[in-house]
Ligand binder design. Sequence first.
Ligand code: NOJ
Length: 736
Amino acid sequence: MTDKELQELLKKMSLKEKVNQMLQVTGGFFDGHQVAMGPMKEKGFSDENVALAGSVIGSMGAEKLKKIQKEYMENHPHKIPLLFMMDVINGFKTIFPIPLAQGATFEPELSERCAAAAAKEASVSGLHVTFAPMVDLVRDARWGRVMESTGEDPYLNCLFSEAMVKGFQGEDLKEPYHVAACVKHFAGYGAPTAGRDYNTVELSKHTLKEFYLPSYKAGIDAGAAMVMTSFNTIEGIPATGNKWLMRDVLRDEMGFDGVLISDWAAIEEIIYHGYCADRKEAAVRAAKAGVDIDMMTGIYSENMCSLVEEGVISESLIDESVYRILELKNKLGLFENPYKDADEEKEKELILCQEHRNLAREAARKSFVLLKNDSVLPLKKWKNTAVIGPYVDNRNLMGAWSFIGETKDTATLREAMTERGFAQEVTFCQGSPILDPGMKLEGFTETQGQEVSQEECEKMLQEAVKAAKDAETVILAVGEDRLQSGEATSNANIQIPAIQMELVRRVSQVNDKVIVVLFSGRPLDIREISEKAQAVLQVWMPGTEGARAIVDVLTGEYNPTGKLPMSFPYCVGQVPVHYNEYSTGRPHVPGKDKDRFRSKYLDIPNAPLYPFGFGLSYTRFAVSPIELSHETMNKNETIQAVVKVKNVGEVKGTETVQLYIHDVAASVVRPVKELKNFCKVTLEPGEEQTVTFMITEKDLQFLTENDRWESEPGEFEVFVGTDSSVVNCAKFVLVK
Ligand code: NOJ
């Protein structure tokens, strides 16, 4: 449709039809599973609302969605198609590693490919929009949703945000196999106080703008068609009703002109925040803030017509929102082809195809981070190895948001090892349940937790000890359950379940060659594990092909390259901990850490156990001192920072060389280091390569006291190394 035709369509629509375009309901209403009675009636939907609703959340399947679309359009007065939306986070049916793990690849282009594959599977299944990427900056590992983010660094998050949007959307949404992306959760949702999900967010405007907003902006600049509001408050006002945030910042400053959708029931929740007295007021606040779609409450559909008739809301405000929704439908080509890519044959051909599985395996192995290795990995000899732990036979390797992915399609570690012919040489045993006895967890569609008695646990532990005693090497596959991270899974203690810690203790007492393969959706407190084990491989929630990828890395067929996108704390009391903290007036000085009046802890170090950017390889790399092309630069010049990187180990490997900058004195205090660039180099043993980073004035910009992104003349420190604790430093001056 042309813009003119779209405008004409809008003009023909009644107020009621327009208001219902702004309603999103679950698919169950259309396929007879839910009716607007009972609990759903309480939501405020009538049959008429459903018949006119503009979009659907959470249904999939080509056949089903085509049927829903057909029947809906036959009855719709203007034949306006529905939009089908769903959370396709780290994959549709082929499940890629969780987003935090993807952050560890330091390879945004790989995530672009994963998002494109997910979009392909989702689109043939009839979907038009995914609620991804989540680009919230995260610093607190107690918050279970850190798994959905790519980590603590604004620069890295921007790259991933852009890449994922491009991957989902491609060049043109009308083209086959693409879905619209929805950047979420705007804004600052990743900073809940005390790491408790849905809790208040306290960020200064400066911190919000400088560190938290850029990744949303990157997704918007990449063309994201949608943005989702967040549940939290910003400056004391719930984001979903926050006019300053949504109009001034999102629309005016960031230039977002797509569809703004509320998070699930978030318009209603602004009442519970205590920001609105009733549903009517909530409707006014959200509409005035510019929220176009009300996800799963009847607040808009109940109140908006009367609000317009009473003159509280102008019809032009409604028109603005509805036009944006129609525009999105048009961008997807739905007026010409309401079924878009939905195709039962293509579902069979593309979903879980070998190409997608290969990509999932590539992404998984690139996401693993080798945290410790006392020369026990790679494992050259599998004879006499015991593979122990609740992850030996666990198929739940996909992460909490993968409710479309099926465990039956995921290989277990035992199966992956058996495929490689190791089964004869290896003893397998479970060692412990995954969760402590009595612990039950609820996901979207399943519950976790076995009924295991203390006696049964003891028996499992003893069996594991016996296997470990008899073995030369132990691979201990332990970690969080997949339902221990994700939405509403905050944890005050970020350790693996106690029963598994007991397993680690007992096994390491009888065997001194223990390799821990650690599964988790978040950085954990692994101090004890790391002391007791000779190697630790962090594998996150690695997805459909995760187990095979783990075997690739354990055997050395793939030499690990992953780098932490989020610091692993020394212990939970250090959280939130992130490398890019501000300088204090009593800064960290090596050797003076324990001076009386320093910014420090009495009982633990300031540094995390494993810092951002950290990750080992089976080889070692040496980075030379930095050579700068100039000692000074002006705003139009660039400086080259040059290092030589050498593989000083025995095998071929890849290093991610990282460049950090520190602005020594500025009108607003600056982080001690900020990642500004990185580069991957693959080197044969003994090989050396020169790596040149170009530093431009843009790399020196920050949000100054003038509330503008600009640079300030003065001294800068440049660091180049293999993680954020790098001390390899050179200095230059930016002159006026
Ligand atoms: C609530 C979550 O916060 C959001 O991320 C998700 O997209 C919606 N539910 C829809 O499932």
